[in-house]
Design a protein around this ligand. Structure first.
Ligand SMILES: *Cc1c(COP(=O)(O)O)cnc(C)c1O
Length: 374
């Protein structure tokens, strides 16, 4: 066990009570809690529609399916992301076209690279708001508009993050969120797709549950007795047990993020004078979920980075790497992409502990050990 883990759940008796209440209600699959969670989620985000799902991976898949992605299409995406962002493109038989990030300071997809990657086969762009900091959405939305492309936002890192007064996930056609155990809002497993398009919403709802026209909850309530199957759908549903966790977590989210902001501030103060590291996004001022906090070693190699990580591990500090470049994984390696910034970050980034309960003593200890390790 690490003295300071990478992440810690913000759970207490409230989550326990919520689950017990749901269990005692005797409706544990998709039902009233899911509906309430979707309602509160879309209100918090400022979108018209929300579809609760079993994961963000399911959400990305359904977004792309609802947007009509099919075999032979090309979809532009980052390589510096979790592999699910890219796998979802492959589920629809489409080809991921990887783009590099902007720089060592800004780890989001570069609009100039997006523009260059567009071909006649390009149907859309999937962006990922790294660490909760927005991609250049003004530029990306304008490219998408001019070239008639859709935009899907993988907003897993950016729940409640803002970009020019809009919440991340509400700017493109569909916004995708994860409630996996280590996310800002966790339900163990879970996800959400949000959109302002009624057509996309209706499609995703049907695909979520076997392509059926009505749900068992509606039938139990006597709303309807029959159903038809109108699409080849999936079972991507969320259950009421998780939705009840999600409701409690959503209520805690804003305060949790305020504490994370303070953790980031403490890191920035203590690491400002450390030679040999870059702290990405230091010039950003907009409200951010601060899902992760990363540093990048200068003039380094993956060997040196791993030595720094081992040193920190010996001191009881858990770290991680966000992310190994997706285009370097075995199943993507055949595609030849030259992404120098992504590759450097992948080799030299270190993700430090980030959660609301970190104390200033914890941060002091982490930062002192980083200085020694370097
Ligand atoms: C966690 C995460 C996912 C996957 O979410 P699941 O809910 O586990 O499917 C996708 N993209 C990013 C950027 C993530 O951080």
């Amino acid at each position: 066990m690490y003295k300071i883990p990478l992440f810690d759940l913000n759970y207490d008796e409230q989550e326990e009570k919520a689950v017990i209440e749901t269990l005692r209600s005797r409706w544990i699959s998709m039902g009233p809690k899911v509906i309430e969670f979707e309602d509160k989620f879309k209100t918090a985000l400022g979108s018209l529609y929300a579809v609760a799902l079993s994961s963000c991976t399911a959400s990305l898949h359904l977004a792309l399916k609802a947007l009509g992605v099919k075999e032979g299409d090309e979809i532009i995406c980052p390589s510096l992301t979790f592999v699910a962002t890219v796998n979802a493109i492959r589920y629809q038989g489409a080809k991921p076209v990887f783009c590099d990030i902007k720089s060592y300071e800004d780890l989001t997809i570069d609009p100039l690279q997006i523009e260059r990657a567009i071909t006649k086969k390009t149907k859309g762009i999937v962006v990922m708001h790294y660490a909760g900091f927005a991609c250049d959405m003004t530029e990306i939305m304008s490219i998408a508009k001019n070239r008639n492309l859709f935009v899907v936002e993988d907003a897993c890192h950016g729940i409640l993050s803002e970009y020019k007064r809009n919440k991340l996930g509400t700017i493109g056609d569909v916004g995708c969120f994860s409630f996996f155990a280590n996310k800002n809002l966790s339900t163990g497993e879970g996800g959400m797709a949000i959109t302002n398009s009624v057509e996309l919403y209706e499609k995703m709802k049907v695909y979520r549950s076997h392509g059926m026209t009505s749900l068992s909850y509606d039938r139990a309530k006597g709303h309807t007795t029959e159903y038809d199957v109108i699409e080849l759908g999936y079972n991507y549903r969320m259950d009421d047990i998780r939705a009840s966790l999600g409701l409690v977590q959503l209520g805690k989210l804003y305060n949790d993020i305020l504490k994370r902001q303070n953790v980031r501030k403490m890191y920035l103060e203590r690491l400002a004078d450390v030679d040999g590291i870059i702290i990405p996004f230091t010039n950003r001022t907009e409200f951010s979920a601060n899902y992760i906090f990363v540093i990048v070693l200068k003039n380094s190699t993956s060997y040196k980075r791993d030595k720094v990580r081992s040193y920190l591990a010996e001191k009881g500090i858990q770290t991680s790497v966000h992310y190994p470049a997706v285009h370097k994984f075995s199943i993507y390696r055949n595609s030849s992409f030259n992404l120098p910034f992504t590759e450097y970050i992948s080799d030299n980034v270190i993700t430090l502990p980030m959660y609301s309960r970190l104390t200033s003593e914890n941060i002091d200890y982490i930062c002192e050990n980083i200085k020694e390790a370097i």
